[in-house]
Write a protein that binds this ligand. Structure first.
Ligand code: AMP
Length: 182
């Protein structure tokens, strides 16, 4: 089901721009105001539910931390499991990890080794609030494959199209963004 222009505007208008956070020159897209707005949150989740109910998904994997909010809500609506992909050192059981480059230095995310069940090839949707350089999402998609599952699509509420993150991630999985910022 396609999102109407009115629905897209409701979502877009609920996202707050915070200039120079966390550092000078960055415009931080604050989705707490979307979560706080029951109409906007409802329109978004309803749209995601109708889009993904036909995908025959087995799990939603959400990226630490805002991906947990949208991902867990959607998993519940679809009646499937949710898998958290976390920053290094947070998950208690055996993990596999993947490093990715930051502007300065590297970071690492992890997933539980058995997160996607015993059978290979589980159909997984990856979700986060925003894609910028795509470094985090690329590492997450790699982890999903390494854990024996398949990342059938990556979904972001916001895509920053002035960076080439979406293009890079498309080499690995289909990418769906709701609001594009250029
Ligand atoms: P990247 O790996 O560069 O695609 O960065 C994506 C991650 O950083 C996501 O988990 C986002 O929540 C966060 N992020 C990056 N840039 C922004 C931004 N301008 N506003 C809000 N979150 C951001």
């Amino acid at each position: 089901m396609k999102l109407s222009n009115t629905e897209r505007k409701i979502i877009e208008n609920s996202i707050r721009d915070i200039e120079n956070f966390p550092k000078p020159g960055i415009v931080f897209k604050d989705i707490t105001t979307l979560l706080n707005d029951k109409k906007a949150f409802g329109v978004l989740m309803n749209h995601l539910y109708h889009r993904y109910k036909k995908y025959d998904l087995e799990y939603i994997a959400g990226i630490d931390a805002r991906g947990f909010i949208f991902g867990a809500a959607l998993a519940q609506m679809l009646g499937i499991g949710f898998v958290p992909i976390r920053k290094k050192g947070k998950l208690p059981y055996t993990t596999i990890g993947e490093k990715y480059a930051l502007e300065y230095g590297v970071d690492e995310i992890e997933v539980h080794i058995d997160a996607f069940g015993e059978q290979k090839g589980a159909r997984v949707l990856l979700i986060d609030d925003l894609i910028a350089t795509g470094g985090t999402a690329n590492a997450a998609a790699t982890l999903i494959e390494q854990a024996g599952a398949q990342c059938v699509e990556s979904c972001f509420v916001i895509g920053l199209t002035f960076l080439d993150g979406i293009k890079k991630l498309q080499e690995k999985t289909d990418v769906y963004t709701i609001i594009e910022v250029d």
